[in-house]
Design a protein around this ligand. Structure first.
Ligand code: NAI
Length: 318
């Protein structure tokens, strides 16, 4: 198997001052890539900030013989995203890889989420991913090469109590990835998403806030998980998606306890009504089991037009 190298490649990893992002940055640098280690350096709720977290990771990379610079801009503002991209270009002259990883958590039951906590969480994960992606886009387009990895979450794609703001942002990140992938493909910009799992301050915050919530399904993880909740278990998938070796685009992948798998939106075969008049409400009730039945197969449309074509190919209306 050929070694996957990042020689002559420049990567921005947002939120790389700790946790999962740090391991992404270390792995790219270890493989010869030049890395911009971005981190605002605040607490898990995004409050406060200092350059120390990013600088420490840069020191770690340099001590191992790698090349990196620290950056303390916030991904959540257009100015911050612009300044981050400018810093990468000033230092290294190009940008080949963006890993949108920065994130914060402000947990509460839906009815208790303040406007501020909703806005700040969306601004960091979703708007931040958009703003940095928008800022790197013209550079990747001009060089006809780019790899962008978006960080979604099972909390958003599957659902978890007390994370409505976070989950909405993360599901939004998956939607953003879908469109970036479609728009980027013709320009050599491949976009995919990851759904990581790791212990760390964010997971600790979530477990503490969930507390005894019976609906959370939260359990003590058994010893069989080994070290697989170490943040570094997420780096190989992200770094493969960020590499030249990856030719896939427009997909989401989960890393969970060392298992790597694709996550997709599936549509059941469903029930086909008439195409001249809408179904009655009673017909929907009558066919409800059929509509939800996953055992008769499913399709995985990649665009709205693809879904139309798939439905037409499923056969004639009743
Ligand atoms: P973490 O809190 O250790 O890392 C997030 C980093 O983002 C922090 O270092 C923080 O300072 C930085 N950051 C926050 N706001 C920023 C901003 N505006 N600009 C720049 N940097 C900013 O958390 P962890 O666990 O490493 O999570 C990394 C990513 O993975 C996050 O996007 C998180 O939502 C996602 N994720 C994590 C999971 C887990 O199990 N830990 C599960 C699913 C997704």
């Amino acid at each position: 198997m050929a070694t996957i190298s990042f020689e002559n490649r420049v990567a921005i990893v947002t939120g790389a001052g700790g946790g999962i992002g740090r391991t992404h940055a270390l792995e790219i640098a270890r493989r010869g890539g030049k890395v911009v280690v971005n981190d605002l350096g605040g607490d898990v709720g995004g409050r406060g900030g200092s350059g120390i977290m990013a600088e420490r990771v840069v020191e770690e990379i340099r001590a191992a013989g790698g090349t990196a610079i620290a950056n303390g801009d916030s991904v959540a503002s257009s100015e911050g995203a612009g300044s981050l991209v400018a810093a990468a270009l000033d230092a290294f002259g190009r940008i080949d890889v963006l890993i949108n990883n920065a994130g914060i958590m402000r947990n509460a039951y839906l009815e208790d989420i303040s406007d501020q906590d909703w806005d700040d969480v969306i601004a960091t994960h979703l708007t931040g991913s958009f703003k940095v992606t928008r800022a790197v886009w013209p550079h990747m387009k001009a060089q006809r090469y780019g790899r962008i990895v978006f960080t979604a979450s099972s909390a958003g794609l599957f659902g978890t109590p007390i994370l409505a703001n976070y989950a909405a942002a993360k599901a939004g990140v998956a939607g953003l990835m879908n469109v970036a992938a479609i728009e980027g493909e013709a320009h050599g910009i491949l976009c995919n998403g990851i759904m990581p799992n790791a212990e760390g301050r964010m997971a600790d915050r979530m477990m503490a806030d969930l507390g005894a919530d019976a609906s959370s399904g939260s359990v003590e993880l058994p010893p069989e998980i080994g070290n697989s909740m170490d943040p570094g278990f997420n780096a190989p998938l992200a770094i493969f998606l960020a590499s030249e070796a990856c030719t896939s685009t427009h997909a989401l992948y989960s890393q969970c306890l060392g298992r790597v798998a694709r996550v997709f939106v599936g549509v059941t075969t469903g029930w086909q009504g008439q195409r001249q008049t809408p179904a009655s409400v009673e017909e929907i009730a009558e066919h409800w089991a059929e509509i939800g039945d996953t055992s008769r197969g499913f399709t995985t449309p990649s665009t709205p037009h693809h879904e139309l074509a798939l439905v037409l190919s499923q056969g004639n209306a009743a």
